[in-house]
Design a protein around this ligand. Structure first.
Ligand code: ADP
Ligand code: MG
Length: 308
């Protein structure tokens, strides 16, 4: 088993799924590498749950296949699932049992799980203090975190979560996002679906955008947000700056908003740009790659707004 950063942990190859005549997934190709926190972003009905069901061997594809850890998921289902933790729906807990006793039950079902593993997992999801309380006293957010604990019990390499923050209040969502980021920090590979752009932007380092069962685009969140061809500056003398910028042949377009100027130009020429302005005694108060919010980007690529 290799642990290089570039190892592909999860891959779908030409994955398609039909329900009757409805093509719910259409030739989906995606790739998640070890250590990534990958957001699978798409509006409701775009095929996210279907894709996850195929990844976990719950559904059978009409075409294509899923590889987990380089193994075909249908041929090696038991092996790959041992290395994977997942929540598709909030698991049904025993409400009259304590949280930690529920973990014991799920731990027994899934093989050798020690008391220490249970306590560590409870601490990780922030239920260390509430582990002895009955689950019927838990809030939805706590139940959802207990669900995450179940998926983490056997210390999986890959964690697959289908819209885990659905139905949580803002505080519960924030806690859960924090946990997902923490999973990334401790080296887990995380695949998490969401229809909320801002959420993916906050918790993921990579994103795949899906619409109508098709992958629209995927890549690192920062690369998708910071396009390589735009700069934004704030200068001391915007009128004169516009004049100077017009004289530079690799500046393709300029848009001025008071003292802010948006420039279509390669980010790699930022230093030259600042030098050209400084030569005319115009000084930069700000210079940055032009950021596109994921929301704006999502709208652009899917032709839809936030479906929250
Ligand atoms: N069991 C099913 N039978 C028929 N159609 C389904 C079934 N499950 C999902 N669909 C349809 O497939 C499409 C994708 O659904 P789904 O994978 O649940 O999307 P998402 O999780 O992104 O909301 C939707 O149009 C949905 O109505
Ligand atoms: Mg779904």
């Amino acid at each position: 088993m290799t642990h290089s950063d570039s190892e592909v942990v999860l891959r779908t190859v030409g994955l398609s799924k039909k329900y009757g005549r409805l093509l719910a997934l259409d030739n989906l190709n995606l790739e998640v590498r070890r250590g990534q926190v990958y957001g699978f972003l798409g509006p409701n009905g775009s095929g996210k749950t279907t894709a996850i069901g195929l990844m976990l061997g719950v559904l059978r594809p009409n075409a294509g296949h899923v590889e987990l850890f380089g193994l075909d998921c249908r041929q090696h289902l038991a092996t790959v699932l041992k290395r994977t933790g997942a929540i598709i729906e909030t698991p049904a807990f025993y409400p009259h049992l304590a949280g930690r006793d529920n973990l014991r039950v799920f731990g027994l079902l899934s093989g050798e799980v020690t008391r220490k593993m249970i306590d560590e997992t409870l601490d990780f999801v922030g239920l260390g203090q509430r582990g002895k309380d009955k689950v019927r006293t838990y809030s939805l957010g706590m139940k959802q975190r207990l669900g995450l604990a179940v998926s983490l019990l056997r210390d999986p390499e890959l964690v697959v979560l289908d819209e885990p923050t659905n139905g949580l209040d803002p505080a519960g969502m924030r806690e859960f996002r924090g946990l997902i980021k923490e999973l990334g920090r401790v080296g887990k590979t995380v695949f998490v679906s969401s229809h909320l752009l801002s959420e993916v932007e906050q918790m993921c380092d990579h994103v795949g955008i899906v619409k109508g069962g098709k992958m629209i685009t995927q890549g690192s969140v920062s690369a998708l947000l910071h396009r390589e061809d735009g700069l934004e500056i704030k200068v001391t003398a915007p009128d004169r700056a516009v004049g100077v910028l017009r004289g530079i042949d690799w500046v393709r377009a300029i848009r001025r908003h008071n003292d802010h100027i948006e420039i279509d130009a390669p980010v790699s020429r930022a230093a030259e740009l600042s030098e050209a302005l400084a030569n005319e005694r115009i000084y930069l108060a700000e210079l940055r790659p032009r950021a596109t919010s994921l929301e704006e980007f999502f709208l652009e690529v899917t032709g839809e707004g936030d479906t929250a």
